[in-house]
Design a protein around this ligand. Structure first.
Ligand SMILES: [Zn+2]
Length: 127
C-alpha cells in the first residue's frame, strides 16, 4: 500500500519502519510525516512516544484516539520545512486534509520539533 503520508512511496519503505521502531526519523519532516500516517492508521502509541518526553504524561490519549479514529483523513501536504540553525530545532508548516460531514476541511499548522539525544520529537503546543 502507498504510505498515507502522501510521499508517493510504499508504506513499507516510508513510515512503517518508524512505526515498528526499526528506524528513527532523520529529519523533523520525516517525523511529521510518520506522525500523520500514525493518525491515519490509529497508531496512538507512536503519537505519544514521538512527543517530547516531558510532555508525554500530560497528553490526553483518549482525545488523541478519538480524533484519530473519527477523522476521515484525506491527505497531507508539507508546505515548509525549516531547520533552525544553531539549535536542534525545526519548524514544519503543513496542511492536513480531512472530511467532516461531507465537507473537505483543512487543518493548517506550524509545528515545532526538537532533537533530544539524537532523536526528533514533536513539541505539543497544547500541553
Ligand atoms: Zn510515509
Amino acid at each position: 500500500m502507498r504510505c498515507p503520508c502522501c510521499s508517493e512511496k510504499l508504506y513499507v519503505e516510508c513510515c512503517e519502519p518508524f512505526h515498528l521502531a526499526k528506524a528513527i526519523p532523520k529529519t523533523a519532516e520525516q517525523l511529521m510525516r510518520s506522525r500523520y500516517s500514525a493518525y491515519v492508521l490509529h497508531k496512538v502509541d507512536y503519537i505519544v512516544k514521538t512527543t517530547i518526553p516531558a510532555q508525554q504524561a500530560k497528553l490526553d490519549v483518549v482525545a488523541i484516539t478519538t480524533w484519530s479514529e473519527q477523522t476521515d483523513w484525506q491527505g497531507l501536504r508539507i508546505l515548509k520545512y525549516k531547520p533552525i540553525s544553531g539549535v536542534p530545532q525545526a519548524k514544519v508548516e503543513f496542511e492536513a486534509y480531512y472530511q467532516e460531514n461531507g465537507e473537505r476541511k483543512t487543518h493548517h499548522e506550524v509545528s515545532i520539533f526538537l532533537k533530544i539525544q539524537g532523536q526528533w520529537y514533536f513539541k505539543d503546543p497544547t500541553v
